[in-house]
Design a protein around this ligand. Structure first.
Ligand code: C5P
Length: 247
């Protein structure tokens, strides 16, 4: 089954076969204090944390700077989608914050994606990931906004545009991951949310896969939020997930 390509082992000083390369913990909380409690509880069982709209809107750049200063890697998931100049400028600022991965919408089209990729070069190793079709959208939603074809057609089309314009990877569900690997090979990241360890609560996720299934489908990284952040022992939960994706 596909494994992450060596150049997707983006954490310096961590062995390429260390399963922590593949695990991203989503910090979907509203305060820096809550985020730091989770990070402390996880300890060295995870190295990369996703800061999304909720935490960033509440706490802003200081939470990102603090995580980076404490040696953690940050995936800034703000899904930029604006004119190329504005997105490029935002990516320049994200690079200055020291993030390791960030997201843009592939639907922003080639010029915007190139502006993001160019700006990201100011921080070597910074991965620009493209969001294709949000999994909250179905074929009817796409049709209403004038997008023809199946959701899968759109995912593949948008991923093709993203990779052709220099993005290092995409955010995609496990179901889409296998199609994207078949279409575009191994040399790009597929970051997959909606992951639930076998036997855990589904939360509000509808289509879920286990960590091992996500990796087997072609994901290079998995994003796990509540199963870890709401666990009685977040470090143990993270270690259990690492066990399921190692080897
Ligand atoms: O808590 P949970 O593991 O469901 O968190 C998943 C994270 O991945 C959240 O930050 C959520 O916004 C994000 N996400 C998702 N499904 C998608 C895209 C992103 O759950 N299709």
């Amino acid at each position: 089954m596909p494994a992450a390509s060596p150049n997707l082992s983006f954490l310096p000083n961590v062995r390429g076969d260390d399963p922590r390369q593949k695990l991203i913990v989503a910090l979907d909380v509203s305060t820096a204090a809550a985020a730091q409690r989770i990070v402390a509880a996880v300890g060295d069982s995870a190295l990369t944390y996703k800061v999304g709209m909720q935490l960033y809107t509440a706490e802003g750049p200081p939470i990102v700077r603090d995580l980076v200063a404490s040696g953690r890697h940050v995936f800034l998931d703000l899904k930029y989608h604006d004119i190329p100049n504005t997105v490029g400028a935002a990516v320049t600022e994200a690079a200055r914050l020291g993030v390791s991965m960030l997201t843009v919408h592939a639907a922003g089209s080639g010029k915007m994606l190139r502006a993001a990729v160019e700006a990201a070069k100011s921080r070597p190793g910074l991965m620009v990931l493209a969001v294709t079709v949000l999994t909250s959208l179905d074929g009817n939603d796409l049709e209403k906004i004038g997008v023809r074809g199946t959701v899968e057609d759109s995912v593949v089309r948008l991923a093709t545009i993203a990779l052709a314009n220099g993005c290092r990877g995409v955010v995609a569900s496990a179901r889409e991951a296998s199609t994207l690997r078949a279409e575009h090979g191994e040399d790009f990241a597929i970051v997959t949310p909606g992951v639930r360890p076998a036997g855990s609560s589904m939360g509000d996720q509808v289509r879920v896969v286990t960590p091992a299934e996500a990796i087997a489908s072609g994901a290079s990284h998995i994003v796990v939020g509540r199963p870890i952040t709401e666990a009685a022992d977040p470090a143990a939960e993270a270690r259990a997930i690492l066990g399921q994706i190692s080897g």
